[in-house]
Design a protein around this ligand. Structure first.
Ligand code: LAN
Length: 752
């Protein structure tokens, strides 16, 4: 259960002052909702209010000078670290809001309603907070976006409308009236995306005939690629795509639908501008609002779906269908059991739960799913949301370790690092998933680190790499701490070290991730070809079918292997050297002409430049001796703004063109840009941009030592944004720490 984050409703929790303060924070958020779409995770901070008040260090008050010296920066860092430490949990991880997507909670509410379990999970307080969330994130025009910063879409509006109704909001409430008007003005809910069609059909407010088929028989295709057709087997898809379409096709194949209630009968009539009985379902299959269209269907899909649509007449009720559904259920149970019912992500979590219920209403599997719903819920002053994962615990904690250790202020951070070490140790995956892995299309996991917790357990290339780097960083600390003559034994300082064997297991996983193109993908190897994206039916998401090599994942693997071989030079040295060479070639091959890299998991070019630059720098390349790094530095230097910071908009991700933020620069972008520039040694050429960046970060720091939550920093599938609440603490600490030691103190290389 390490790393488990759940919120409980306790009306008596806290002092009356704290409760009043929470209410005030909520009201303040609502009053300012047009100014910022993000909660600042203030309720989490409120929970730690006593610790925050008692902390030893705060940043200096008074204006930040234009040319701060090392001592001044040190004071800011101490304040930042002491503050951040207050958020750390008993088990050593740093919790934070991992919301952002707006299409997750409705699926959960629809499922729970369908299974008759809504009131079991959603207390009146949950409902109130979920409705608060809806009110706070409804756009001015009445619609809802795909994510909290996005313009209105039919997907967001249709699903959140339905959720509002299921949570008890009357159709005449202004929220509903405005959302309905938004939908009707655009033709109504038949224009929702295919995933939206799926959820509406489950609730029984949309016809299954209005859906392009999710033929479960695809799971019976031969998997061997030499058969040709085997290339289409879901076992070759990106795991998130495979794991979502698995239970979706089960539910589709069964036409699993909520029993009609007066409420669903009413919703049916509300979603469309015409009476429900007059909707043309065949035409509806391919309708999609222009606001939602990120990846329009190519013609082949229309032909394929038409053929499969016709085939449904034969397949439904056939022995083949029964065999396909049984095959799906086998894989669903495997996934549930191997993740302790957390599941790989928020979408398959909910649909797996629905599939289990359809298979056996009230059965054991369904019962085991219910408590794990809480792992995905998060409460902040903007309300209750469903997160994009069961948290980002290991990811944030590994970054935090690296950032805090590099600040080099161990007198302040020793305790915090010790706790973080416990979490890193306890979350490494130490066992494989159940055998046989190949029958379930699973990659090896033993030795990997997950993104969130050991219970979740899916291995990821760059999480393994960041976990390994954190472990290696911590392994060096006892010496450093001993040098400070602190009256503690090294073991007491960071806890017992992770054994070399476990680190070797992780290296084994990292090496296994290398693709033929030299790069590393996310959870598995690249198993098929880019042209398969023509089958991507999800209109709002790009590049979901294949797990590609990414600059982020590849660079993380490079830096991890480089750190590893410094401490363990004898272990698989030749293989590591060969792997690094190929990974380097991959990174170079995907650099853009303008010197940048495109980021797939963070916003955006700034994020990816940080990875591209640190990857090459770890291999010994610098500004002075490498043309690619000079181009990258020039790209970044060119993007610095008048306030000294960097600020990139999420629009970069969808448009694939650099886009500046309006208003203030962003502390997280600024830190990434500074880290990239320092990695390549730009400060030796011109320290000025770094000094200005550092001053910007210090000016943005709050008196508590915290930084403000600004625009959204994470992304997936090109088009959907996701919040990384911890980044605003981690990366400014990292960049300022680096700046102090490298630029102001003139250290050549930072050892840890
Ligand atoms: C994540 C979160 C972590 C992220 C990093 C480790 C940061 C990245 O470097 C590799 C990709 C990965 C693992 C990643 C992939 C896509 C995820 C799982 C997410 C962004 C969190 C949520 C998202 C998931 C796909 C959301 C559900 C939506 C679907 C389209 C299925």
């Amino acid at each position: 259960n390490k790393g488990r984050q759940t919120w409980e409703y306790d009306p008596a929790a806290g002092t009356p002052e704290q409760r009043a303060e929470a209410e005030r924070l909520r009201e303040e958020f609502t009053a300012n909702k047009d100014k910022h779409h993000h909660s600042g995770d203030e309720l989490l901070r409120l929970q730690s209010a006593d610790r925050i008040r008692a902390k030893k260090h705060s940043p200096p008050s008074g204006p930040v000078p234009d040319a701060p010296d090392a001592e001044r920066v040190e004071e800011h860092l101490k304040g930042a670290i002491s503050f951040y430490e207050c958020l750390q949990q008993e088990d050593g991880h740093f919790p934070g809001d991992y919301g952002g997507p707006m299409f997750l909670l409705p699926g959960l509410v629809i499922t729970l309603y369908t299974c008759g379990a809504l009131d079991q999970i959603f207390s009146p307080a949950h409902k109130k907070e979920a409705l608060r969330y809806l009110h706070n994130h409804q756009n001015e025009d009445g619609g809802f976006g795909l994510h909290i910063e996005g313009g209105s879409t039919m997907f967001g509006t249709g699903l959140n409308y339905v959720m509002a109704r299921l949570l008890g909001l009357a159709a005449e409430e202004p929220l509903c009236v405005k959302a309905r008007e938004w939908m009707h003005a655009r033709g109504g809910a038949t224009y929702i995306t295919s995933w939206g069609k799926f959820w509406l059909a489950v609730l029984g407010v949309y016809s299954w005939d209005g859906m392009n088929p999710l033929t479960p028989e695809m799971w019976l295709l031969p998997h061997n690629k030499w058969t040709g057709i085997g290339m289409l087997h879901p076992g070759r898809f990106w795991c998130h795509c495979r794991m979502v379409y698995l239970p979706m096709s089960y539910v589709y194949g069964k036409r699993g639908t909520c029993q009609e209630t007066p409420l669903t009968a009413a919703i049916r009539q509300e979603l469309y501008p015409m009476p429900y009985g007059r909707v043309d379902w065949n035409a509806a299959r391919n309708q999609c609002a222009k606001e939602d269209l990120y990846y329009p269907h190519p013609l082949v899909q229309d032909i394929l779906w038409w053929a499969l649509y016709k085939a449904e007449n034969v397949l439904q009720g056939s022995w083949l269908r029964r065999a396909a559904l049984a095959e799906c259920m086998k894989h669903i149970h495997y996934e549930d059991e191997n993740t302790r019912y957390v599941d790989i992500g928020p979408v398959n979590k909910v649909i797996n739960m629905l599939a289990c219920w359809l298979e056996e209403p009230g059965g054991k599997a369904f019962q085991k799913h219910l408590p794990r719903v809480h792992d995905y819920l998060w409460v902040a002053e903007d309300g209750l949301k469903m997160q994009g994962y069961n948290g980002s615990q290991l990811w944030d904690t590994s970054f935090a370790v690296q950032a805090i250790a590099e600040a080099g202020l161990l007198q302040v951070s020793g305790h915090c690092l010790r706790k973080a070490h416990e979490y890193v140790e306890q979350s490494q995956v130490i066992e494989e998933a159940a055998a046989p892995l190949s029958a379930y299309y699973r990659h090896i996991s033993k030795g990997a680190w997950p993104f969130s917790s050991r219970d979740h357990g899916w291995p990821i290339s760059d999480c393994s790499s960041e976990g390994l780097k954190a472990a290696l960083t911590l392994a060096l600390l006892p010496e450093e701490l001993a040098a400070l003559t602190l009256a503690l034994l090294p073991e007491e300082l960071v806890g017992p070290a992770i054994s070399p064997e476990r680190l070797y297991d992780c290296v084994n996983v990292i090496l296994s991730y290398q693709n033929r193109d030299g790069g590393m993908a996310t959870y598995e190897n690249t198993r098929s070809f880019h042209w398969l994206e023509i089958l991507n039916p999800a209109e709002t998401f790009g590049d979901i079918i294949v797990d590609y090599s990414y600059v982020e994942c590849t660079s993380a693997c490079i830096t991890a292997l480089c750190s590893f071989r410094k401490q363990h030079p004898g272990h698989r040295a030749a293989e590591i050297a060969a792997s690094l060479k190929r990974a380097e070639a991959f990174i170079r091959s995907i650099q853009r002409k303008d010197g940048s890299w495109y980021g797939s998991w963070g916003v955006c070019f700034t994020y990816a430049c940080w990875f591209g630059a640190t990857g090459l720098a770890a291999l010994g390349h610098t500004y002075a001796n490498d043309e690619a790094l000079r181009r990258c530095a020039a790209f970044l230097a060119d993007k610095q703004r008048a306030d000294g910071g960097w600020g990139e908009s999420y629009l970069s991700c969808q448009d694939k063109v650099y886009s500046h933020l309006e208003g203030d620069s962003h502390v997280v972008n600024t830190a990434w840009a500074m880290l990239a520039l320092m990695a390549v040694g730009y400060h030796k050429v011109d320290p000025e941009p770094l000094r200005r960046g550092a001053v910007f970060l210090m000016r943005m720091q709050q008196p508590s030592g915290d930084w403000p939550q600004q625009h959204i920093s994470g992304v997936f599938n090109r088009n959907c944004m996701i919040t990384y609440a911890n980044y605003r603490n981690i990366f400014p600490i990292w960049a300022l720490g680096h700046f102090r030691r490298l630029v102001l103190l003139g250290e050549e290389e930072i050892k840890i």
